[in-house]
Design a protein around this ligand. Structure first.
Ligand SMILES: *[C@@H]1O[C@H](CO)[C@@H](O)[C@H](O)[C@H]1NC(C)=O
Ligand SMILES: *[C@@H]1O[C@H](CO)[C@@H](O)[C@H](O)[C@H]1NC(C)=O
Ligand SMILES: *[C@@H]1O[C@H](CO)[C@@H](O)[C@H](O)[C@H]1NC(C)=O
Length: 401
């Protein structure tokens, strides 16, 4: 370990990325530069796709109250009480919300603000990968589907290759978060954390393929969010509560999160950053921004009061079961027998799996703050950097402290 040198390299790389972002932001001369957003992912980013999957029978929990009670004031298919991190990022950039792909758009006009391809329950890897291992995915959607849909939208956007590439070059791409369902499917299916770890290269490979795909289409700014701290998820904490096998694991004394699951998430993030470093070398003209979700969440969980959250950061606001996690699968938020807390903004977790709007705002602020990957080291001045001035304005627009 040579702590100083790599950190300087990281800072230099970040400065180069941010310079490129500033250039991209200057392209159209307008406020924030980007003209539209293309996003891939799962329920942390889905703004209305899973609602339209036949297999969810009309949408799953996020189609029912109290989802959406804080913002939108109705269920929209977002797995939260209000806005998702992607909603805050779009607002910060002063862009209209991109249309959810499965909402029925068929024309270029429908996608003039971009497209959100993220589907609740989606895995990075195709369901067949899991079926071959005796596991079952939540929905028949993976990054492979989202990539096909992306290609469909690109084709809609214009007949000339030049015209389409121009659109891609002025768009903001967000690839992720994706992979959490790959881990959930495996862990809920009783695989050990060690077994699940062997999937990481495959999952990261699927993310890398999408990044390559959008770059090939002409993308010049791609934000790639990392894995969230799986060991701080109420659902997983409840699953392993009361022991059971090897994976009962240790708990981090500071956060109360499960060390073994957080190690898995950190392993994912290391592999992802390794892939991003290779992609940056292969595509020097492209800004590839890693979004540090892991730290954004663990920061709150370790010091909830500092960020305005209650001193019970591992308990879900909505659901049932009580106790430190307030999670019970049969009383999932939105189901009969579930209740929601009075003030969701005091909670990190909305339903034991997804974040509250308050946590999502904090996550979006952390993403816009542009903290580069630091390999898990505590942040230092050289690794804490900002996006261009436009992002700084955007941060205040969405109420970042
Ligand atoms: C995703 O792709 C697979 C493989 O092509 C297909 O079987 C499945 O139906 C697709 N899912 C959706 C929702 O279109
Ligand atoms: C996982 O193990 C638990 C406890 O042994 C069991 O109740 C459950 O059915 C198992 N799940 C699967 C998908 O095999
Ligand atoms: C979970 O919720 C179901 C349905 O409300 C209830 O019957 C069951 O007792 C609950 N289990 C726990 C451990 O709270």
């Amino acid at each position: 370990m040579a702590p100083l040198f790599p950190r300087l390299l990281v800072a230099a790389a970040a400065a180069a990325i941010l310079g490129a972002l500033a250039t991209a932001a200057a392209v159209d001369g307008g406020g924030n530069g980007y003209t539209r957003v293309f996003s891939f992912g799962d329920s942390l980013t889905d703004t209305g796709n899973a609602l339209h999957l036949p297999c969810t029978g009309g949408g799953g929990p996020a189609s029912r109250p109290p989802y959406g009670e804080t913002f939108f004031r109705r269920p929209t298919g977002r797995a939260s009480d209000g806005r998702l991190a992607v909603d805050f990022i779009v607002e910060a950039m002063r862009l209209p919300h991109p249309a959810p792909y499965l909402a029925g758009g068929k024309t270029a006009a429908d996608f003039r603000h971009g497209v959100n391809l993220a589907v609740g329950g989606s895995t990075a890897l195709a369901p067949v990968f899991y079926e071959g291992r005796g596991l079952k995915t939540f929905v028949p959607v993976s990054l492979a589907n989202q990539t096909v849909w992306f290609e469909n939208v690109v084709q809609l956007l214009g007949s000339s290759d030049h015209g389409r590439r121009k659109i891609m070059a002025s768009s903001l791409f967000i690839v992720g978060e994706i992979g959490v369902n790959d881990y959930l499917v495996s862990l809920v299916g009783n695989l050990t954390v060690g077994e699940v770890k062997s999937f990481v290269p495959h999952i990261v490979g699927a993310i890398r393929s999408v990044v390559n795909e959008v770059i090939a289409a002409g993308a010049t700014t791609v934000v790639v969010p990392g894995m969230i701290p799986l060991g701080c998820e109420p659902q997983l904490l409840a699953l392993y509560q009361g022991g059971g096998g090897d994976d009962a694991g240790d708990y981090d004394p500071k956060s109360g999160c499960m060390t073994r699951l957080n190690d898995l998430a950190e392993h994912h993030n290391r592999a992802l950053n390794h892939a991003l470093a290779e992609l940056r070398r292969a595509h020097p003209g492209v800004s590839l921004v890693y979004a540090e979700l892991y730290r954004a969440v663990t920061d709150i969980v370790v010091s909830p009061g500092r960020y305005g959250f209650r001193d019970m950061p591992l308990a879900a606001c909505c659901g049932g079961g009580g106790g430190p996690y307030n999670f019970n699968m049969t009383a999932f938020c939105g189901a009969a027998g579930a209740t929601a807390c009075a003030v969701p903004s005091e909670y990190v977790s909305w339903d034991g799996v997804h974040f509250t709007e308050a946590a999502n705002r904090h996550i979006a602020c952390a993403v816009l703050n542009g903290r580069p990957y630091d390999g898990g080291a505590p942040p230092t001045m050289s690794t804490v950097t900002a996006w261009p001035a436009a992002a700084e304005v955007g941060r205040s627009r969405i109420g970042c402290s």
